[in-house]
Design a protein around this ligand. Structure first.
Ligand code: EPZ
Length: 445
């Protein structure tokens, strides 16, 4: 296993290109199961989660070729309907194959999905939707697999009680080849969902977003192959914007998608972040004013994304005053806090007063384990110093890397494979921007 050795503080300066969006790529691979034609996908990031998801598809019989950042997938006439525990349990998106496997084989057997350990992350909303479309689903606790069957799924009116990003995508992927019309109400608005819709429509699906949170899918009898370039990763762009402001540097980002970052920009500018539009797809980020404190709350799109709150916390350690972060999407996304405190950050946990927590929070509030807090207070400005740090999840990993770049001294970060799951060659790209970061074998620390 790899570790990073980072010597700080450094000021990050230069240019960087944003990779394709992980959270589109993984679902786009699944879309290829809906046809026996070839599907070619461009702008695919070379990251751990992509390789794991391609493994899931290979195990069920898909022919895969991955050259540079292009993936070509072809599903043969016959597919294996079981996703093995060995590959499937490592990745939350493995459960998305259910709909396409039902359409192709009438059966799907999938392990309880994995992914980042940021809460319980059940898939009950996905299951209720699939059941409404005619799927018979049983969970066998003796083997840890969901066993799903349906001769043919049919259209249905699905109303999600709360936002679910991959739940919406699960239903989309199941409904495109179902009999009749499916309507998803309270559908996720995330732009990654819309990119998947674009791809599916290019393959011959009939999907329309009728209103912001209503999607209508008219089932078709077959789909065909296509070639598609997936959108850039907005989470990565936010990470670099924060890195520029945090280190008082200047990072120019190509493949920038400003229109997807409107809410982030409001908050970023409010605390002193600078945004310069160089051209339509190039943006420069820097620090315009001394960083000031703010209280933010994570929300599903178009709100402040939960994926941004961990790197945001590092920025707030450099703000004068008290900042707050209230996490409302996942019940356990503060694993990085104790690591930041090891570096000198002054952070305390608290539970904000919420009048109706069950409907306010996106997770199942009544199932929340004892001892979880939904918010943190960060007292700044604090000079961060070096430490030995361990990474628990992807965004938390990027956070600790940024903190170590801004901190004084030599920091050691273990669990780097978590960052590699979602960021392509993060160490090489940060080095080019001036970071003093080295990848070593964990055993050599
Ligand atoms: C997706 O997670 C992304 N993952 C996450 O990115 C992202 O943070 C999140 O959406 C919000 O945009 C992928 O796209 C692979 P949800 P997902 O279903 O689909 C609860 C990253 O690092 N819930 O909208 O899991 C759930 O536990 C990852 O790139 C249920 O209770 O998000 C969570 O608390 C991390 N039952 C909340 O709802 C369900 O059936 C939101 O989940 C489904 C969800």
């Amino acid at each position: 296993m790899d570790a990073f050795v980072i010597t700080g503080p450094t000021t990050l300066m230069g240019e960087v290109s944003i990779s394709g969006a992980k959270n589109v790529a993984l679902k786009a691979f699944v879309a290829s199961l809906l046809t026996t034609d070839t599907v070619t996908l461009h702008n695919i990031p070379i990251i751990g989660d992509v390789l794991l998801m391609l493994d899931v598809l290979k195990h069920i019989g898909v022919e895969v070729e991955f050259i540079n950042n292009t993936v070509t997938l072809r599903s043969p006439d016959s597919l294996i309907h079981t996703v093995s525990l060995e590959v499937g349990a490592k990745l939350r998106t493995s459960s998305l194959v259910v709909g396409p496997l039902l359409a192709r084989t009438g059966m799907a057997t999938i392990p309880n999905p994995g992914g980042c350990r940021i809460g319980a992350r059940p898939i009950d909303r996905h299951i209720l939707g699939l059941q409404k479309m005619g799927a018979s689903i049983t969970y066998d606790s003796t083997d840890g697999f969901f066993h799903v069957e349906a001769e043919k799924l049919h259209g249905a009116d699905i109303i999600f009680d709360k936002n679910t990003h991959t739940g919406t995508e699960t239903i989309l992927l199941a409904a495109v080849l179902a009999e009749g019309k499916t309507t998803i109400q309270n559908a996720a608005e995330e732009i990654e969902v819309d990119d998947l819709i674009n791809l599916l429509n290019m393959m011959g699906a009939k999907i329309q977003r009728k209103e912001k949170r209503v999607i209508e899918i008219e089932g078709v009898s077959s789909l065909h192959g296509t070639e598609y370039k997936i959108l850039p990763d907005r989470n990565e762009e936010v990470t670099f914007a924060i890195a520029a402001c945090l280190t008082d540097g200047s990072i120019t980002v190509s493949s920038s998608t400003r229109s997807n970052l409107i809410h982030f920009y409001e908050v970023f500018s409010a605390v002193g972040g600078g945004i310069e539009e160089i051209n339509e797809t190039t943006t420069r980020y820097f620090r315009k004013f001394p960083i000031s404190s703010i209280a933010i709350e994570t929300r599903p799109h178009p709100g402040f994304m939960t994926d941004w709150q961990a790197p945001w916390a590092v920025l707030m350690t450099q703000a004068n005053g008290i900042s707050e972060i209230h996490e409302t999407v996942f019940e356990s996304r503060f694993s990085y806090v104790k690591e930041l405190m090891r570096m000198g950050a002054v952070i305390s946990f608290f539970d904000p007063k919420v009048s109706n927590p069950e409907s306010f929070y996106n997770f199942r509030w009544h199932d929340q384990p004892e001892g979880y807090f939904q918010a943190i207070r960060i007292k700044g400005k604090t000079d961060l110093h070096n430490a030995y740090l361990a990474i628990n999840d992807l965004r938390a990993g990027a956070t600790l890397v940024l903190a170590a770049i801004a901190a004084k001294g030599v920091s050691y970060i273990t669990g780097v494979q978590q960052i590699d799951r979602g960021y392509e060659a993060i160490d090489k790209r940060l080095s080019k921007l001036g970071a003093n970061i080295k990848r070593i074998n964990e055993g050599n620390i």
